[in-house]
Design a protein around this ligand. Structure first.
Ligand code: ATP
Length: 711
């Protein structure tokens, strides 16, 4: 593990006053760490220069963005499903020269600056040291021990061309590299800059890139920042580089879990795009595959793919079915990589048991053979989720045995004083002894990567809170928006399935062109769900009414407007819903959140997120005033939990009970309309009966209410 750390981190020891050595990224040296910054409240953070990320101590001296290479778009693509070509040459030097890119990170200060500029923060979670956080002994206060973790400096990836380079420790297959460029991606996004070095760098042994890095990773990066590519490319890289070892045997080697079918399907498509021509196969887990029987059939269809993408329950059933059958995990015995996309949902109450069931089963079967490497991804990861994940990542043996690399003298080191301008040490002090060649395989290296400010919504999305007083007020506001400044496509979120359907019934004819509004929720059939997704992606649907089903992960590139018709029941849900717009740095996205009297207690959390994310950019109606933040009441933990579980009470329940009803009409008007409808129906029935009695003409029943395109 020491070797891997040396690959991942910079060599000099700041504690001893070195300002950095001049060496390339693959230098074998001790990790350089910086101590964790003091915790700051969100309100305190200066958003232009997030101080919590200023662990380099000299933010002011940092240049803006580093130069990154533009990709050479002139590619020759071969779509055959053949095996990988041998890498012929190190192309990077030539491309880098052409583009004048920043190629090799020179020293620790350069790494710090680069990490600061791209808001990357790595924390080593493997071996916390108990730290007295200043609590006092006494009658009222009890002394608390707080875990303290070391932070690491890891040179970020500054251009995709580096991925082709052996000198940088990557040597990614040419085909995958070309597939990345074929997507039109010219430079890595920040999460990719931070995660790819951790997950892909290989070890230099006798001048060759041999063993692979050995890291479990928790990544928290903003919505729409390209996390999918950040885990798919390392998976492809690992599968291709270990293909020979696996003897060309087919079968599942990596599993990706996602909370919804929509997201799972999207991930499969991403893997397909990035693996064109590599021979790597990917499948979406379906009923009837791998041990699960469908319609009474006994045997499941064997999964021939290298990568399997699934929602948790389906996969758990398949694993359990196999275990029951022969006590082995036949189909899944070779899985060595596990990815949890939207990890905080997968480890939250609803999915936790299923996810942990899968994780344990895969971990158990991998333990004797190199172990299972896991990575978790989300735009929001709570400390609770982190703790669950950390415990799962630590192998049982590692929990007892100290991990040799982590208590070396270079960790932690104090923050760098203001970097001196040109002073560079030429030699990297090696303080740690080299591990013996026969050292046992690493047991656990758990890293956390945070990109940007944790748990905030995108600053590029204009966010507005709109008080509508009452339920009918929301409908009026929505109709006004449709007739004044509406720019499709829009996603419209409500609290429940009955409310999604009710809103659809109410507004389906509100746009001048019919058929442009649709509804998508979990009660629809798979085919209907897929159909609506396709039509929305094609631009046939302009307004998609949905529940939190589509709040996470789903990437509709061009969504311009998110309307929280019903207030999200958690701040986390708010961040993810709003993140459906402003994808991949797109400007011009907007999010409007309506709230009524019933919601007042729940607005403060959202208002705080908006205030932090918008900073000085929030102008006019988008800005959350201090007066509002001060005026909004605080909500206790218990109430928040309740809200998360059941939603706003006034809107819970069915349409029949009135709670899900969405209409601008008063009770009196509705009663009159019901009576009128009753009379019309009775007269139709009479006409139909008369027609049955021998008279011709007149269709029975007349118009049925249109309940949605998919039903
Ligand atoms: N390097 C890149 N350059 C430009 N666009 C990119 C790059 N990488 C990914 N993208 C695009 O960014 C968009 C968002 O990517 P992705 O869905 O992976 O985001 P995410 O971080 O997983 O978001 P969420 O948290 O909402 O799930 C996609 O449309 C993808 O095509």
């Amino acid at each position: 593990m020491a070797d891997i750390f040396r690959l991942l981190s910079r060599g000099s020891t700041l504690a001893k006053g070195a300002t950095g050595g001049s060496h390339i990224t693959t230098t074998r040296s001790k990790p350089t760490t910086v101590p964790a910054p003091k915790k700051r409240s969100r309100e305190q953070d200066d958003l232009a220069v997030p101080k919590e990320l200023d662990f380099f101590g000299d933010a002011a001296n940092v240049k803006k963005k580093p130069k990154v290479a533009d990709a050479d778009g002139d590619l020759s693509m071969d779509d055959t499903d053949g095996e990988e070509e041998e890498d012929e040459e190190d192309e990077e030097a030539a491309v880098k020269k052409e583009n004048g890119e920043l190629e090799v990170v020179e020293d620790d200060d350069a790494v710090r600056k680069l990490m600061w500029a791209h808001k990357l923060k790595y924390t080593l979670l493997t071996d916390p040291t108990a730290n007295d956080d200043g609590g006092e002994d006494g009658a009222k206060k009890t002394k608390r021990k707080k875990k303290k973790y070391a932070q690491l400096l890891i040179p970020p990836l500054t251009s995709f061309t580096q991925l082709r380079s052996s000198a940088h420790g990557y040597a990614l297959s040419r085909r995958v590299y070309e597939n990345i460029l074929a997507q039109g991606y010219t430079a890595p996004t920040e999460v990719q800059m931070g995660a790819l070095p951790v997950l892909m760098k290989k070890q230099q042994t006798s001048g060759m890139l041999t063993s692979l890095s050995w890291v479990d990773l928790l990544t928290c990066a903003p919505t729409g920042s390209g996390k999918t590519l950040a885990y798919v490319v390392p998976l492809l890289d690992w599968i291709l580089s270990t293909r020979k070892e696996s003897g060309g045997e087919r079968g599942v080697r990596a599993v990706v879990l996602a909370p919804t079918k929509e997201l799972a399907g999207q991930i499969v498509n991403e893997v397909k795009k990035l693996s064109v021509g590599t021979g790597v196969r990917v499948s979406l887990m379906r009923k009837g595959m791998a041990g699960t029987s469908v319609k009474g059939e006994e045997a499941g269809i064997s999964v021939k793919s290298d990568i399997l993408v699934s929602t948790p329950l389906l996969l758990l059933h398949a694993i359990e079915a196999e275990e029951k059958e022969d006590g082995k995990k036949g189909e899944f015995a070779n899985v060595r990589r596990l990815v949890l996309d939207e990890a905080d949902v997968l480890l939250d109450e609803l999915f936790r048991d299923q996810t942990l069931g899968i994780w344990r089963a895969l971990k158990e079967s991998a333990e004797k053979d190199g172990g299972l490497r896991t990575s978790l991804w989300s735009a929001t990861i709570s400390s609770g989720t982190e703790e669950i994940a950390r415990n799962m990542m630590l192998p049982s043996s590692a929990l007892a045995a100290p991990i040799t690399t982590l208590d070396e003298p270079t960790i932690p080191s104090p923050p760098s004083p203001k970097p001196k301008k040109s002073k560079k040490s030429t030699k990297t002090p090696e303080t740690a002894p080299e591990p013996a060649a026969s050292a046992p395989a690493p047991t656990a290296t758990i890293l956390r990567l945070i990109v940007g400010i944790k748990d905030t919504s995108l600053p590029t999305v204009k966010q507005t809170l709109l008080y509508t007083a009452t339920e009918p007020g929301k409908l009026l506001a929505l109709r006004q928006l449709f007739t004044t400044r509406f720019v499709p496509p829009a996603l419209l979120f409500v609290q429940s399935i009955p409310r999604a359907q009710a809103l659809y019934n109410e507004i389906q004819y509100d746009l001048p062109t019919p058929g442009r509004i649709a509804v998508l929720h979990a009660s629809l059939t798979d085919t209907a769900r897929e159909g609506v997704m396709d039509r929305f992606r094609r631009g046939d649907i302009w307004v998609l009414i949905t529940t939190d089903l589509l709040a996470r992960g789903v990437d509709f590139k061009g969504v311009r407007l998110v309307i929280n018709y019903d207030i999200p029941t958690t701040v986390v849900a708010y961040i993810h819903r709003v993140g459906r717009t402003g994808r991949a740095g797109r400007e011009g996205g907007e999010a409007v959140t309506y709230y009524t009297e019933e919601d007042i207690g729940y607005v403060k959390g959202i208002a705080n997120v908006i205030a932090v994310s918008q900073g000085d950019q929030g102008k006019g109606e988008g800005k959350v005033g201090k007066w509002l933040l001060d005026a909004l009441p605080k909500v206790g933990k218990r109430e928040r939990k309740e809200l998360k579980k059941k939603g706003v009470k006034a809107r819970a329940g069915t349409e029949a009970k009135g709670a899900a009803r969405i209409s601008t009409k008063s009770g009196y008007e509705r009663q009159r309309m019901d009576k009128k409808r009753g009379a019309v129906e009775a007269s139709r029935r009479r006409a139909a009966e008369a027609a049955k009695g021998g008279e011709s003409g007149g269709e029975s029943g007349g118009e049925e209410e249109f309940m949605g395109i998919e039903e």
